[in-house]
Ligand binder design. Structure first.
Ligand code: ADP
Ligand code: MG
Length: 247
């Protein structure tokens, strides 16, 4: 798809329209300009993204929805700095960024915790890397662990946790570095439907309680984010572009 447009707020009720108008006045955290990505494959070049443009405002919760293969992971990986775009720019707080950085937190679909570290040590990891002393890192980590409701499991190892709990640790670990934006690639895709629904509520609660901007991608519609994620709560982008394959 070429230009990601916000849903028309003319079609919405007065309170929701007002909220959108106010939201658009907030500072832009992330701006994506003319982002394109082509991959070379054995079948020839594959265009994963073509001229993507959008803005994410402070404390906005943006969800990009699209079918498998439409370029969602490519978009998230480029934003996280794990992949370089073929063309285009991304600006964080108005400044162009290249490569990964602590200003962008990432939660992947698969469980990416360090299996040899406890929950607390997993969350402390980035803080210690950033130069925090052990005491302060521990104290901060425990606050994030508390936020995701896992205080009692701080000394557990990842293999002792359920899938949903592991993803909560992953969220705590990403948030602990205080990123400007939290990037999520189908974060609850590997969970069963019931756990996914509970995780959606958790995420909404976290988002409502702290100053964080979230950009999540998922491959299906309402089911992927739950009934409690509606147009009132955040903003949906429909990612209409299908992959263009040039044989
Ligand atoms: P989604 O996450 O929406 O399922 P992806 O971003 O993973 O989609 O992939 C978009 C398209 O780009 C697909 O056609 C995929 O095969 C292709 N693609 C992704 N990564 C690579 C790569 N490293 N090399 C070649 N093609 C790739
Ligand atoms: Mg993907």
């Amino acid at each position: 798809m070429h230009h990601l447009e916000l849903p028309s707020y003319l079609e919405q009720s007065d309170p929701v329209r007002d909220r959108f108008a106010r939201l658009k006045q907030r500072p832009v955290v992330l701006e994506v300009k003319g982002l394109s990505k082509e991959f070379e494959s054995s079948h020839g070049p594959v265009t994963a993204l073509r001229d993507i443009n959008f803005k994410t405002h402070r404390r906005e919760f943006v969800c990009v929805i699209g079918p498998s293969g439409c370029g969602k992971s490519t978009l998230i990986r480029i934003l996280a700095g794990l992949e370089t775009p073929s063309s285009g720019q991304m600006l964080l707080d108005g400044k162009e960024v290249h490569g990964p950085g602590p200003d962008r937190g990432m939660v992947f679909q698969g469980y990416t915790l360090f299996p040899w570290l406890t929950v607390k040590k997993n969350v402390m990891f980035g803080l210690e890397m950033a130069g925090r002393g052990r005491g302060p890192a521990e104290e901060e980590a425990m606050q994030w662990i508390d936020l995701v409701g896992l205080t009692k499991f701080a000394k557990s190892y990842p293999h002792q946790l359920s899938g949903g709990m592991k993803q909560r640790v992953a969220i705590a670990r990403a948030l602990a570095n205080q990123p400007r934006i939290l990037l999520m690639d189908e974060p609850f895709g590997a969970l069963d439907a019931q756990t996914r629904a509970r995780m959606q509520s958790y995420l909404m609660e976290i988002w409502q309680n702290i100053d964080i901007t979230i950009l999540a991608v998922t491959n299906c519609g309402s089911g992927a984010l739950g009934d409690n994620f509606d147009r009132d709560a955040g903003i949906f982008f429909q990612f209409r572009q299908q992959v263009v394959k040039q044989a």
